[in-house]
Design a protein around this ligand. Structure first.
Ligand SMILES: Nc1ncnc2c1ncn2[C@@H]1O[C@H](COP(=O)(O)OP(=O)(O)OP(=O)(O)O)[C@@H](O)[C@H]1O
Ligand SMILES: [Mg+2]
Length: 260
């Protein structure tokens, strides 16, 4: 009896160690618009977790609360076992350097070259790498990772949509984040380019062992990349499971996502 209990406790603590992001009972409203109504999520180390939800269901709001760009009304948000609401600005900044955020769209700075776009996060997070870093080397390596080393001196306006997305990904990767948050990484891209981005995301995950939270509408993207999925419906984590499990569900609200 005693032994069984100990094993149980040990299992629980190992599990806790492997959770890199956690949201518990998250609420967020804008006036009468109750967007998040008790949303829960756990991202495990090395996992690709996909969150799907209809347009306007609160996916971007959730991810913004997660990185502290937006304040939640209530709920717990833990990043690598730290409650982000309890952290000082400085501690939060250090933690942020470990989280890469690929914004919806690419959000490159239009007036800066590709090189300058990639230099920007390095200058913001000098603490992580120290002052004597070889900026040029890091920039080239990050661009090589996405197959765009030749675009160093181009302006964003000279790049295609898919290339912009890849440069944005390089800009996220340059800080060598432990966790990457992707907000609609394939939206607005043609299916072939979308596939290329998905392959790239997989390569990066394999190369660096990052944990990823991926927000997407794209059922193909979810099928290929997800280890686990959460469907965000009515402001809650309505359904949680593997792609296989959820796509076999008989719940009409869940089925609606997989009808093509
Ligand atoms: N800053 C804000 N002020 C007021 N309302 C907001 C704000 N940001 C988002 N909302 C509202 O919150 C709801 C959820 O928005 P959100 O951007 O999270 O949707 P989404 O699930 O990301 O949709 P999409 O798939 O289109 O990107 C929407 O009704 C939106 O109008
Ligand atoms: Mg969104």
């Amino acid at each position: 009896m005693m032994i069984e209990k100990n094993i149980e406790i040990e299992n629980k603590s190992t599990e806790a160690k492997n959770i890199v992001l956690e949201i518990k009972d998250l609420y967020k409203s804008f006036g009468d618009n109750h967007v998040l109504n008790g949303f829960n999520m756990q991202l495990h180390k090395g996992e690709n977790l996909v969150i799907m939800g209809k347009s306007g269901s609160g996916k971007s709001v959730m991810i913004k609360c997660l990185v502290g760009l937006m304040e939640a009304d209530s709920g717990l948000i833990r990043v690598m076992n730290k409650d982000i609401t309890q952290l000082t600005r400085e501690a939060l900044d250090i933690l942020r350097a470990d989280i890469g955020f690929l914004f919806q769209g690419s959000a490159l700075y239009d007036s800066m070259t590709v090189r300058e776009n990639l230099e920007f996060p390095l200058r913001r997070h000098t603490k992580k790498f120290g002052k004597n870093i070889d900026t040029e080397k890091l920039i080239i390596e990050a661009l090589e990772n996405v197959g765009l080393a030749h675009t160093l001196d181009l302006m964003p306006s000279e790049l295609s949509g898919g290339m912009k997305r890849r440069v944005a990904l390089a800009r996220t990767l340059i800080l060598q984040p432990k966790i990457i948050l992707y907000d609609e990484p394939t939206s607005g891209l043609d299916p072939i380019t979308a596939k290329e981005i998905i392959i790239l995301m997989e390569e990066i995950q394999n190369k660096y062992g990052t944990s990823s939270l991926i927000i997407t509408h794209d059922v193909d993207c979810a099928r290929v990349i997800s280890d686990r999925m959460i469907l965000l419906i009515d402001g809650t984590d309505y359904a949680v499971g593997t792609f296989k499990e959820l796509s076999a569900s008989k719940d009409p609200k869940v089925m609606a996502f997989f009808k093509q």
